[in-house]
Design a protein around this ligand. Structure first.
Ligand code: MOS
Length: 752
């Protein structure tokens, strides 16, 4: 790995940079998936199962099929062949619900698609879908919220391959717990949560002969192509997936869902483009959710506060069909120093739709449990929770027995405590007051994966002084267009406004999934190498073009900086702009390609690479009217060098607001009678909104992580949501004296 580069002050890297696509978005020019229109497009509306467990006995489409404007009612008998997909090499062939739609008559969850109406208009398709009559043989669904682990083998199949259920182990956790002078044994519960990006999932499928093009609201076009190619028995090069703008995804759009295959299958049968946009209700049923978790945490410590044992045993629910793994123990083995540890998991099948990754999958519910336990144990030990964490700071990753590439968690605690004013905290419940309100102060630490997916990119320099950077990754609203422009500008000296960014299209060089907070770190080396190769080719042209000011010089004698070529010995003052050199050579453009390997999933890493952070939270509590508010948050993040502090702060603020929702509001409830997610709309599924958002102070430590890439940039999409719920519930305890161990905190919990 190259050493971390010094970044010159003229570079846009590290500078707060407004979104390069901002004007397109606010002027309505940015095209989201459902904004694309094609001549002859038909509209598809799925028929949703109204039971969660049973079989379809009879499907009567006769009335629906005769309605005006209806082109077809598809079901198992007439949809055409679809294959299952399977995991491929790298990050390909990934899918949470492998069963192709309509594969059999079995219904495993409420809302499962059982037929598809296609018509000339959306309204006609919806009316026809509503007119399909279904007879079921039904059984009582299992949506039991108490989780007991199913009788699974020690090693289980997950979406990403096999996984041992004893996840991490060292020392003798049982014996050390038994003899520990101070103990804590508590179970923490997080509910099912549903991704609610503003943009609904949408797909338009278009066939031209044996070529399939899909416009889709996807967080990963490259994987999407591989799944669809398998399902429709096409060579990968015959499938093109396009995603220009995404109205956020939170993980729900990472992998293809059954409606994508349905749109493609219907378009194949009808020979016309087919558009399918989900309803908000369907968003709760068929496109994933964060699974419910139940996590038992056992901690043992000495009286003076040294951890001696940590056990984290968690169970999560999943559907009858999926193999999702909710990796709650992801951060447990390395976050604190403890000689005896065991992390295990179990799974419980339920009649719900497939579980899926949701912002900070695994570690977010996991750190809620472990950080809550740390706070509770600190209280029992009568040690300040910040001090307790500092006392148990590890020197290395004790799980992997590897040094950390760059860990500054202590500095996160120290800076956060200072900015928040933590030293003024009095630990007794209800002891702090301001303006007639009871204050509660709480804190927690956090961590998130830092790694790279494989990536390829292309950089072009053009004869008009502009440049283009291309990579088949996505911008899910997080600022990837801007990041790619910044990286290209840094290397080529072309100003941001003269850089075209092309992404979200499988016809471009294969780029990373917009997941795991890995896009930014992944694209850095690929874009840099592509730019270096373009520049090398420019220097050759400079020395070989007749009449060039550098003709007959050696390329080694030349340098490129700030968009100009010059003789090293003469310095940049006498440089020639690259556009002049291309014009002289009668070249429209030169191009360079770059490629970098994945570090994610490396079986033999040299370092433990993670991002870290700390949250400090103030709540206010008015017992007279039972009013609880999150009043102030200070968050410090150690995520390597921050490419764009403006967009970065926006990511952390958004995650903190989402964390307020996680702690106090969000939960999906399933009806025990029919298994339906009953609060399947934005009025009943309450997310945190602006009115819930307090002042949020965000600090970045900005230490470059030289192991991750040349600029030392890790990702920041998810870490802000990790730990925040534990900080909030600890603040709630400090204000009210009530320990809530099942999210979300409800006002009923706080009324004695
Ligand atoms: Mo994130 S859950 O990897 O989109």
């Amino acid at each position: 790995m190259a050493m971390t580069q010094e970044i010159p002050t003229t570079s846009p890297i590290g500078r707060s940079t407004p979104r390069v696509d901002g004007a397109m978005k606010v002027s309505g020019k940015a095209q989201y998936t459902s904004d694309f229109h094609f001549p002859g497009t038909l509209y598809a509306v799925p028929v949703e199962a109204t039971i969660a467990n049973g079989r379809i006995v009879k499907l009567d489409t006769s009335a629906a099929g005769k309605m005006p404007g209806v082109r077809a009612i598809f079901h198992r008998e007439n949809i055409g062949k679809m294959f299952r997909s399977t995991l491929g090499q790298g990050m390909e062939g990934i899918c949470e619900e492998r069963r192709p739609p309509f594969e059999d008559d079995v219904v495993g969850y409420y809302g499962q698609y059982i037929a598809l109406a296609v018509a000339d208009t959306f309204e006609a398709a919806k009316a026809a879908a509503d007119a399909v009559r279904v007879t079921y043989s039904k059984e009582k669904p299992n949506v039991e919220t108490h989780l007991e682990a199913d009788d699974d083998p020690d090693s289980v199949v997950t979406t990403f391959g096999m996984r041992e259920r004893v996840d991490s182990q060292r020392g003798d956790a049982d014996a050390a717990f038994a003899s520990a002078p101070v103990k804590l044994d508590q179970t923490y519960v997080t509910p099912a949560e549903t991704h609610n990006p503003i943009e609904l999932h949408a797909t338009t499928a278009i066939w031209e002969g044996s070529k399939l093009t899909l416009y889709d609201s996807s967080q990963g076009v490259v994987n999407f192509r591989s799944v669809l190619a398998q399902m429709f028995d096409l060579p990968k090069e015959n499938v093109r997936v396009i995603t220009k703008f995404v109205g956020s995804g939170f993980g729900g759009k990472l992998f293809p869902w059954t409606h994508c295959a349905l749109a493609a299958a219907a378009a194949r049968q009808l020979g016309k483009p087919v558009k399918l946009v989900l309803s908000r209700k369907m968003m709760f049923q068929t496109v994933g959710h964060r699974p419910r978790t139940q996590q038992r945490v056992r901690l043992g410590a000495t009286r003076d506060g040294k951890l001696v044992s940590l056990q984290h045993d968690y169970i999560y629910h999943r559907s009858m069909l999926d193999a999702h793994h909710e990796d709650c123990g992801e951060a447990t083995p390395f976050q604190y120093s403890v000689p005896n540890l065991r992390v295990t998991f179990g799974r419980a099948r339920r009649n719900v739709g497939a579980a899926a990754d949701m912002r900070g999958p695994g570690a977010v519910p996991g750190l809620y449990a472990t950080e809550s336990a740390m706070n509770e144990l600190a209280g029992r030990l009568k040690i300040d929770p910040v001090k307790f964490r500092i006392m148990n700071e590890p020197k290395i990753d004790e799980g992997l027995r590897l040094p950390f590439s760059s860990r500054h968690l202590l500095e996160c605690f120290e800076l956060g405590a200072e900015k928040f004013g933590w030293s003024r905290r009095t630990p007794e419940v209800g002891s702090m007051k301001r303006d007639g309100l009871i204050l509660g102060w709480g804190m927690a630490g956090c961590a998130w994966i830092a790694a790279r997916f494989a990536a390829a990119a292309n950089v072009e320099l053009r004869d008009d002084g502009t440049a283009r950077v291309a990579c088949a990754t996505q911008d899910i609203g997080t600022g990837t267009y801007t990041n790619l422009a910044q990286l290209a500008a840094h290397k080529t000296g072309v100003p941001l406004e003269k850089i075209e960014v092309a992404l979200g299209d499988t016809s471009l060089p294969e780029g990373p999934l917009s997941g795991g907070s890995m896009v930014t770190p992944s694209v850095v080396p690929a874009v840099f190498q592509a730019a270096d190769n373009a520049i090398a080719s420019l220097l050759t042209i400079a020395t070989t073009t007749p009449g060039s000011p550098f003709e007959k010089r050696k390329s080694d004698d030349l340098a490129f900086e700030g968009g100009r070529v010059f003789v090293k010995a003469d310095g940049p003052a006498g440089g020639v702009p690259f556009a002049d050199l291309l014009q002289r050579a009668n070249l429209r453009l030169i191009t360079g390609s770059g490629k970098s390997e994945a570090t994610f999933g490396n079986p033999k890493p040299k370092y433990s690479t993670h991002s870290f952070g700390a949250h400090f939270v103030e709540v206010t509590w008015q017992p007279e009217i039972a009013r609880l508010r999150v009043n102030r948050v200070v968050t410090v993040i150690d995520a390597g060098r921050i490419l764009n502090p403006l967009a970065g702060r926006n990511q952390i603020e958004g995650a903190v607001v989402m964390g307020i929702g996680m702690a106090l509001l969000e939960h999906t409830s399933y009806d025990p009678q029919n298994g339906a997610p009953i609060n399947s709309n934005l009025a009943d599924y309450v997310v945190a909104v602006n009115a819930d958002a307090p002042p949020i102070e965000v600090y970045f430590l900005d230490y470059p992580d030289k192991e991750i890439n040349e600029v030392g940039a890790r990702g920041i999409g998810e870490i802000g949501l990790a730990g925040i719920a534990a900080a909030i519930t600890d603040a709630v305890h400090h204000a009210t004296g009530v320990r809530v161990r099942e999210l979300p905190v409800k006002i009923e919990n706080l009324l004695a």
